[in-house]
Design a protein around this ligand. Structure first.
Ligand code: FAD
Length: 514
């Protein structure tokens, strides 16, 4: 059922078994997973069914620290969330991403890869990917033109990626949600406050508001915050009338450890002979592609983070501009237009033009690494308020020297491997050799917001526990990538959906309805 909260009588009291706040990839996945479990699921969406600039404006805030995309434009605030213009690139986390790594401060999840991996098959299907197969050998059998570079996999290994169409949750799952007998979707229902019991160990109700001047309350047994990492932190910090530092923030962790993926062009690969490297390239209809990733053994030995390199024909790579320079308009639609014009996204004209030859001798290297979880990299509340009276969120994004060391190390290892295999040479960009310990200002993020309510068994080190429940509050959960303890080196959404399905199944077990 679809309800427009602007049309309800003021101060309507809504009640359900469970209340999910935010209808993006995480919130919609959870609602559909719970559809046949509960009689009444309340799904609250702050925006409408389509883009609305007045709602989008609620995301506005200031960027300090490392340059980043405008706050207003780095997420979408309507039904379907940021999948309204995500790119669809997906891959899985590695075992090492979950480990406590002595050389990576603040690393170590309280769960293992297999705890999430159980949910990859279903997440793969929700995102309309191909088979849930991530093994190189499987894909080599699917296409005789897929040929891996002859590198030592104990140094650099070939990691598989898949591309979602990309699935727009707001379109694909609209009918399933709206026609559901158990899901009650409320749009224009921006959550502005959460009330707790006197001892703040349980949530009793949430308050929603909209610009029609209406305010309503929602009661439920369990609440799930699924507003994405920046807004999850903002909502919790702004709920400070009972807990002065904000809900779940007794240990001053909410909003901290904001992470992204550092993404940058790093060099050139010159082969001795032309080669189409089909396994590694993204063309117009590519659904599967590989990247060159640093092995866990080398991460341990050289004390660096996880990361990988993708390839594109050098003549195309030379024309691409760092995303942080292109995605600079406050209006996400305008930023997307500019981005499409200059990037590899506009598949119809741009890629076709540059892939006309389809066989090349030189390739550009583009590196993506996880970043060190850094407590000063954080979302904080601003003194300014939005139209609904809630303090805006500001972002201070901080990178660390190990991030640059990782970028350099992966590219150096690739160069050594290419040389040792006798197939060509790698030329590194000057910034990798300039002695500066920080990555340059034009290093971009991937629009991946991670880590502001990080997971840990210890409330002194994390906001949520292994079940994504906020420490100390028995019925408040957080969904999605804000729970990531470390970011892995892959785009987050496949794991966002998987971790959300895991949370939904935990809720079923908790309520003993499996
Ligand atoms: C340009 C771009 C490209 C991307 N490309 C990729 C990619 O190639 N691969 C990849 O893996 N990821 C990519 N991403 C990231 C991907 O979009 C996110 O990982 C994913 O959307 C996260 O899902 P989510 O549900 O946590 O958040 P969102 O999808 O942002 O959904 C959050 C929802 O909560 C709602 N909400 C927010 N605040 C409130 C409130 N107070 N009350 C009620 N509702 C609220 C929002 O309106 C929204 O519907 C990209 C993102 C962008 C912006």
């Amino acid at each position: 059922m679809l309800i427009d909260a602007r049309q309800l009588e003021n101060n309507t009291q809504i009640e359900g078994d469970i209340c999910i706040i935010g209808a993006g990839a995480a919130g919609i996945s959870i609602a559909l997973e719970l559809e046949h479990t509960f009689k009444k699921i309340i799904l609250l969406e702050g925006g409408g069914m389509e883009y609305d600039d007045r709602i989008q404006e609620l995301y506005n805030g200031k960027i300090t620290g490392h340059p980043y995309y405008p706050m207003k434009a780095s997420r979408l605030h309507y039904f379907g969330g940021s999948t309204g213009h995500w790119g669809g690139m997906c891959s899985t986390f590695d075992d090492i991403d979950f480990e406590k790594r002595d050389w990576v401060e603040n690393s170590g999840w309280p769960i293992k890869r297999e705890d999430i991996a159980k949910y990859y098959p279903k997440a793969t299907s929700i995102l309309d990917l191909g088979p849930c197969e991530w093994n190189l050998d499987y894909w080599l059998k699917q296409d005789p033109d897929f040929k891996p570079l002859p590198l030592d996999e104990k140094v650099i290994w070939t990691k598989m990626w898949q591309f979602s169409p990309p699935t727009r949750f707001g379109k694909k799952y609209k009918d399933a949600i709206v026609n559901s007998k158990t899901i009650q979707l409320h749009i224009y229902a921006n959550v502005v406050d959460l009330d707790a019991t006197e001892s703040i160990n349980s949530i009793t109700q949430v308050t929603v508001k909209n610009y029609a001047g209406k305010q309503h309350t929602v009661k439920a047994k369990n609440f799930i915050l699924a507003c994405s990492a920046m807004q999850n932190a903002r909502v919790l910090l702004a709920c400070n009338k009972q807990a002065p530092k904000g809900l779940g923030n007794d240990n001053d962790l909410v909003g901290r450890y904001f992470m992204e993926h550092a993404e940058i062009k790093t060099g050139e690969l010159w082969l001795n002979h032309t080669d189409k490297l089909k396994l590694y390239l993204m063309e117009q209809f590519t659904k599967v592609r590989a990247e060159l990733a640093i092995s866990p053994e080398k991460q341990r030995e050289l004390q660096v983070l996880n990361g990988s390199i993708s390839l594109m024909p050098l003549e195309l790579s030379n024309k691409t501009i760092p995303s942080v320079k292109l995605w600079s308009n406050d209006d996400p639609r305008k930023s997307l237009d500019t981005f499409k014009k200059y990037s590899t996204l506009d598949k119809r004209n741009f890629i076709q033009r540059f892939f006309s030859k389809s066989i090349y001798q030189s390739y550009g290297l583009f590196t993506r690494v996880e970043q060190l979880p850094h407590p000063e990299s954080r979302v904080v509340l601003s003194n300014e308020k939005d139209e609904l009276g809630i303090p805006r969120a500001n972002l201070f994004w901080a990178l660390s020297p190990i991030d640059k060391k990782t970028v350099f190390t992966i590219n150096k290892l690739l160069g050594q491997q290419i040389g040792a295999a006798g197939i060509g040479r790698v030329k590194l960009k000057e910034f990798l050799l300039d002695g500066d310990v920080q990555l340059p200002d034009y290093t971009s993020g991937g629009w991946h917001h991670l880590g502001t309510t990080r997971m840990s068994d210890d409330p002194k080190h994390g906001v949520v526990d292994a079940n994504c429940k906020i420490h100390g509050i028995d019925n408040l959960y957080v969904a999605g990538s804000s729970c990531y303890t470390t970011g892995g080196a892959v785009n987050p959404t496949l794991t966002v959906v998987a971790i959300s399905l895991r949370l939904a199944n935990h809720i079923k077990e908790k309520m003993a309805i499996v």
